[in-house]
Design a protein around this ligand. Structure first.
Ligand SMILES: NC(=O)c1ccc[n+]([C@@H]2O[C@H](COP(=O)([O-])OP(=O)(O)OC[C@H]3O[C@@H](n4cnc5c(N)ncnc54)[C@H](O)[C@@H]3O)[C@@H](O)[C@H]2O)c1
Length: 273
């Protein structure tokens, strides 16, 4: 195996939504690949076998250790089976990356109630369920301190120009839940943090028009495009022992977007036009 690093050597990770829906690399896919490159054994959890196989193929080609577990993480029994299976395949659970997430559209006036329920189930209830079954197994099997990383979004902290009320509420919920979990499970030696990706170009938005893709890139002070790999590197750090004293934070990975005022970036974009 090519040597990439050992930052997660000896650790076992679960990544939910570890596959990718399209040709563009997804955050779950990139996270799984980087975890494996850093020495972790990775349980690739997805409800779509084909999507997960793309991730597995890369990890196996590189000589890493991973396997697929098919599950819908909105279902309690499947989350319990996922936690049990990770321990039975690999002996422990040290890292949980709650990455599954789907988008939404609309304000409270035009979003359908059924969409609200679905998005909250997939994006937020899934984190509740996976954590409910993983934490006891982490306490039991993990010797060097557990790490849970919940993938939120900058949309959970500020409103997007594109109304997506269910998505925004679910991601705000993920941030609040992460802070609470960090407090509740600190004495169990489990760290819980969330990552808030900015306007990255990744699987979930892989089919957006070029014009919007460029605008999203320009919106960040760095002016460069973010990808799933940027989120995955942040996740490697938070999962590793290097972050042993970091818990309860929300880490924006957004090219500095969150630090800027809307007007500051508007002027810059106008100047660049
Ligand atoms: N792309 C962006 O601009 C952006 C910005 C902020 C946050 N995010 C977040 O990043 C994550 C997107 O992840 P991705 O790029 O890996 O997305 P993706 O759309 O490629 O989905 C990854 C996998 O999740 C699986 N999945 C969906 N529902 C599932 C379920 N109920 N159970 C199990 N698996 C399920 C899909 O089958 C797919 O293979 C989401 O949490 C999203 O909110 C993305």
């Amino acid at each position: 195996m090519q040597e990439y690093g050992t930052r997660l050597a000896g650790k076992v990770a679960i990544v939910t939504g570890a596959g990718t829906r399209g040709e563009v690399v997804g955050t779950g896919q990139a996270t799984s690949i980087l975890y494996a490159r850093q020495g972790a054994k990775v349980l690739l959890v997805d409800l779509n076998q084909q999507n997960a196989e793309k991730t597995l193929a890369t990890i196996e080609k590189e000589g890493g250790t991973a396997s697929i577990f098919m599950a819908d993480v909105t279902q309690s029994d499947q989350c319990q089976a996922m936690a049990d299976e990770a321990v039975s395949r690999y002996g422990s659970i040290d890292i949980l990356s709650n990455n599954v997430g789907i988008g939404s559209t609309g304000t409270v006036l035009d979003a359908e109630e059924s969409e609200w329920d679905r998005v909250l189930d997939v994006n937020l209830k899934s984190m509740f369920l996976t954590s409910k079954f993983v934490i006891p197994r982490m306490i039991e099997t993990c010797t060097s301190g557990g790490s849970i990383i919940n993938i939120a979004s900058i949309d959970g902290m500020r409103a997007n120009w594109w109304p997506n009320i269910s998505y925004a509420a679910s991601k705000a919920g993920a941030i609040g839940m992460s802070r609470n979990m960090a407090v509740h499970h600190g004495r169990d030696n489990i760290r819980v943090n969330s990552i808030a990706p900015g306007h990255i170009f990744a699987s979930m938005v892989g089919d957006m028009p070029d014009e919007l893709r460029q605008l999203r890139q320009q919106a960040g002070p760095l002016g460069t495009e973010g990808t799933a790999w940027d989120i995955a590197w942040a996740s490697v750090f938070l999962a590793s022992d290097e972050a042993r004293w970091i818990s309860g934070v929300v880490l924006p990975v957004d090219a500095g977007l969150f630090a800027s005022t809307p007007l500051s970036m508007l002027r810059r974009i106008q100047d660049e036009a």
